[in-house]
Write a protein that binds this ligand. Structure first.
Ligand code: FAD
Length: 304
């Protein structure tokens, strides 16, 4: 169902999304592999947009494997639902000319923001290898976008528990500062389950002079197996009590309810501690996310 026509919206500034007195909500999706997955994705998005998320993002498959699909999904979401969209973009497997080509097409497609990343290596490759004629790190991509495509708002990735390859927390933070100094408007964090990691990370960013919003990445957990797989991929610790609570029953409804309650508690504390936004990894589902948005009474507080 087409809610609004995208052309009425125009490009929004990412910095304006994060402002005092407004809790910005962004929702991250990934490109489905099948036509039925895509159909169901738009159905879920249709339910989520009732809560007025500030923007929706779509990931860019490892090694650029979903390049065209990513662009198509964000373009379609903007067209069908009339909300701002961000395309993730990684440097993996692309020359600078290929990155430019993607950015040109994204610009022509009315994409508002770019989540600028180095990216994970393609499947079967254990470490990142720079492409000949390409870039090495996300800060170089931020520079390229800022220099040649200044109309895009830029988000970058931050790691409350440190990036797995970083030699130290301090060096990781310095590299994050480079990305912000290169022109990033906001830092979206890797998912985490212990808010203390986020608060320490945010304090350390502030101490280094990183002045852009640091937006926590939240995974609404729907089952134990899923959280264990995802956390092992991105290196996030899962609190023992959360695992115990999830393990108490195999019933899907039980596990989803525990996940929703955990996310609600996590998010309430983050809001109390002054975050300007929340970035949700919804994994192309809406049930848990809708319960969380409802629990936060986001519908009433955001449309008032
Ligand atoms: P970088 O910022 O380049 O950092 C990578 C590593 O190099 C870090 O250890 C850093 O400390 C170090 N480093 C950074 N800059 C320099 C420098 N100039 N010199 C030396 N060392 C440096 N992956 C995907 O494939 N597709 C996606 O769509 C995607 N979306 C994501 C969205 C979010 C919000 C987050 C948090 C992550 C996402 N990822 C995605 C995962 C991300 O690509 C990986 O974590 C990747 O390993 C690092 O990407 P980065 O942009 O943080 O890289």
């Amino acid at each position: 169902m087409i809610h609004k026509i995208a052309s009425k919206i125009g490009m929004k500034k990412l910095r304006d999304v994060y402002r005092p007195g407004h809790l910005a909500v962004s929702i991250e999706l990934f490109p489905p592999k099948t036509a039925s997955g895509e159909h169901s994705l738009y159905e879920h998005v249709g339910k989520l947009v009732e809560y007025h998320p500030d923007f929706v993002t779509c990931t860019y498959g490892a090694g650029g494997s979903t390049r065209d699909k990513t662009l198509e999904i964000v373009r379609q979401i903007k067209l069908r639902f009339g909300i701002p969209v961000a395309s993730h973009l990684t440097v993996v497997g692309s020359t600078v000319d290929q990155l430019r080509d993607y950015l040109r097409r994204a610009q022509a497609g009315g994409i508002d923001f770019v989540v600028a990343l180095r990216g994970d290596p393609p499947q079967g490759q254990s470490s990142f290898v720079a492409t000949a004629g390409g870039l090495r790190h996300a800060n170089e991509l931020v520079e390229l976008i800022g220099r040649e495509f200044p109309g895009f708002g830029i988000a970058v990735a931050g790691y409350p528990e440190k990036h797995s390859e970083a030699v130290s927390f301090d060096s990781d933070l310095l590299h994050l500062k480079n990305k912000v100094d290169a022109g990033a408007d906001v830092v979206l964090t890797q998912l985490f389950f212990d808010n203390r990691d986020f608060f320490q990370f945010r304090d350390r960013c502030a101490a280094l002079g990183i002045g852009v919003p640091i937006v926590p990445g939240i995974l609404p957990v729907t089952n134990l197996k899923q959280i264990q797989r995802i956390a092992s991929l991105c290196g996030s610790k899962i609190p023992g009590k959360f695992i115990n609570d999830l393990s108490r029953s195999d019933l899907p409804q039980w596990q989803m309810q525990v996940g929703i309650e955990f996310a609600l508690n996590q998010v309430h504390e983050l809001i109390q501690q002054g975050v300007l936004g929340l970035h949700f990894y919804v994994l192309n589902q809406s049930q848990a996310m809708l319960a969380i948005l409802e629990g936060l009474q986001i519908r009433s507080s955001r449309t008032a």
